[in-house]
Design a binder for this molecule. Sequence first.
Ligand code: ADP
Ligand code: MG
Length: 272
Amino acid sequence: MSFPSLLRGSAPQPTPDSGSGPVVAFEDAAVAFGQRTIWSSANLELGPGEFVGLIGPNGTGKSTLLRVLLGQVPLARGSVRVLGQPPGRGNPAIGYVPQRRTLGADLAVRGFDLVMLGLVGDRWGFGPASAAERHTVEEALEAVGASAYAYRPVGLLSGGEQQRLQIAQALLTHPRLLLLDEPLASLDLKSQHEIVHLVERLRVERCMTVIMVAHDLNPLLEMLDGIVFILKGQVVAGSLDEVVRSDLLSELYDTPVHVHVTSDGHRFVVGA
Ligand SMILES: Nc1ncnc2c1ncn2[C@@H]1O[C@H](COP(=O)(O)OP(=O)(O)O)[C@@H](O)[C@H]1O
Ligand SMILES: [Mg+2]
């Protein structure tokens, strides 16, 4: 299923050089590790500037789906294209925040250096950063609002501050597609909302397509154009109206889930 009608009025228009084709296109795609199929029947098209949530219980293959787009996991069947091309490793058009590893309190490296690693980390010998590289890092730190604490040890920063640094690192190449793997996990409610609003602002400013893997839908509901979920090994895409329903979410999570709709039309998901 595609989201052609879901692109909201607020979504930025693609610039002439950004191409008008889909940013992500899966066609009857399936992934298997050995004999075990993780998911199949992925038919999905995402356009420029769309923001989708990718949800489902642990182990259903959400991270794997992102890794397919990154060229790290091959398809067993079907096809996938990112900006019209087959996935390839190190694609600068993709920004990626991997599933969170909590950074230890003893991590003495500064935020600035952590983000700089995203630029020069694979350069042999590392060496001093150029003025242009330092500028690129400063710009990314500014974009995520992390300049004020960029020179403090990362291990002493809050979860939300650390997450901003990871997002800054993902922005270094000015990606057209931003993949965020559970960026809200283990953040308090306030930080969750701040990160969601940050991502939303960046999406609009930079006309990025965003796929965010999430457990709790509530912080995201206001922002999403659509939802992708993996149920019984099938990848399914739908609008919020189609997906954010008590029956479907209860089946997806295999536990009673209730969707409340407030008088002004806002949805709220309550787990049993
Ligand atoms: N490289 C791999 N080799 C074998 N099995 C894998 C590999 N990567 C992931 N898996 C398995 O695929 C399933 C989906 O994993 P994952 O995509 O991480 O799920 P999720 O992100 O939804 O929790 C899991 O059962 C996991 O153990
Ligand atoms: Mg995962």
